[in-house]
Ligand binder design. Structure first.
Ligand code: ZN
Length: 400
């Protein structure tokens, strides 16, 4: 009995090993699979037949012959299962449907006054049903990206200032309702994983990410693995940049997020400007992030000089944190993203220059700075990737 069980475990392990190799190679023949996995050609032939039978992989053509028959190329079947990702924002949920290659099939963003677990479940049921009817494909699992401190091993949102949630067992609730695997990630970690999957970050062993916008967040990949204690965040937004500065949501003062979020920028512009039109616009702003972005855009047309002065200060504050991150983690790749990149002309070069000039000598010599090229979808794509990695290959891109 024990022997049989061991054999089954071994077989399952090898099936996942082959599947992972096929997935990441983006097309490979049987002989190369055997070489890469060190499994015998006969074992590879048998297990590949089984993966094909299950519908997980397919034959996608022939490689160039090196003498004899042309080898058949195997690749993942992206339509074997689809994955649902949701990003929970302050007053919205972004619903995304993706195939196994990360091709986005559908995205829906909906706004809500208040986001609760029961609302998430109800809205997800609706979306699930709609997509099920439209695509007729089974779902592998659900990935959730949420702001705040997240225990992604147990699927619990420990503390989200933005949503005012504490110890919410989100994965458990969703698993009970939908009977599929559920992976919960901090939203910036999800953003970083998307950059590893679909961006350039996978080429680097040590990568840093800073997202600037309504909030300010960060994530770190060290030795190819997402750095996360309890699957949680590196709180770069709460590094102190000004002693006795603006009071922050976290309870401290002078955090980067308190001094350089969209809210802080809008308030600073309002204080500094003499334009009555702009001051009136500030009074009519609401909580939504689009409202703050609109205000800053308006300020650029009404009183550009003031906005440029505010952005000069912004560049110094963000530059300090950038420099600190480089000194602590020594990344080879540093990606800046987030909604604030809409204004990157006014700060990006300055923050990079500041960090390069002030970080410890030599640390920026081989460091590549980059802007996010994926955009809004990155926030949700990363948690979808996590579901695929865990459920298809039993792998673990997060160090937990
Ligand atoms: Zn703070």
């Amino acid at each position: 009995m024990a022997k049989k069980a061991t054999k089954e475990v071994m077989k399952d392990f090898n099936l996942k090993l082959l599947l992972k190799e096929i997935y990441y190679s983006k097309g490979i023949d049987r002989a190369s699979l055997s070489k890469k996995t060190k499994l015998s050609p006969a074992t590879v032939t048998n297990l590949v037949a089984e993966l094909k039978e299950q519908g997980k992989i397919k034959e996608v053509g022939n490689a160039v012959s090196t003498g004899g028959r042309k080898p058949i190329i195997l690749a993942i079947n992206p339509d074997y299962r689809y994955v649902i990702g949701i990003k929970i924002g302050y007053s919205y949920i972004n619903f995304m449907l993706s195939d196994l290659n990360g091709t986005v099939k559908s995205v829906e963003q909906k706004a809500y006054d208040q986001i609760t677990i029961s609302l998430i479940i109800d809205e997800l049921k609706l979306q699930w049903q709609l997509w099920k009817e439209e695509y007729g494909i089974e779902f592998l699992g659900i990935g959730v990206a949420v702001s705040g401190v997240v225990d992604s091993i147990n699927g619990t949102v420990i503390n989200s200032y933005l949503l005012k949630w504490k110890n919410v067992k989100l994965a458990e609730s969703l698993k009970m309702e939908f009977s599929v695997d559920v992976q919960i990630l901090n939203d910036v970690d999800s953003f970083a994983l998307a950059q590893m999957w679909k961006g350039k970050a996978y080429q680097y062993k040590n990568a840093a990410f800073l997202t600037l916008g309504v909030g300010i967040g960060g994530s770190i990949i060290l030795n190819g693995t997402l750095l996360s204690t309890y699957g949680t965040v590196t709180e770069f937004g709460h590094i102190t940049v000004r002693e006795d500065g603006i009071k922050c949501n976290c309870g401290s003062r002078g955090c980067l997020e308190a001094e350089a979020s969209f809210k802080a920028l809008s308030e600073k512009i309002n204080l500094a400007t003499t334009s009555t039109k702009l001051k009136t616009a500030f009074q009519t702003m609401n909580d939504a992030e689009s409202s703050e972005i609109d205000f800053i855009k308006r300020a650029l047309t009404e009183d550009k000089e003031t906005v440029l002065e505010i952005f000069r200060e912004y560049s110094r504050l963000v530059g300090i944190v950038l420099k600190d991150i480089i000194n602590i983690f020594r990344p080879d790749y540093f990606l800046i993203g987030g909604e604030a990149m809409a204004f990157s002309d006014y700060f990006y070069n300055d923050i990079v220059e500041f960090a390069k000039r002030n970080c410890f000598k030599g640390l920026s010599d081989n460091l590549l700075f980059d802007k996010d090229h994926i955009g809004e979808n990155a926030w949700t794509l990363g948690c979808i990737y996590k579901v695929i990695d865990r459920d298809m290959f039993n792998s673990n891109i997060i160090n937990d």
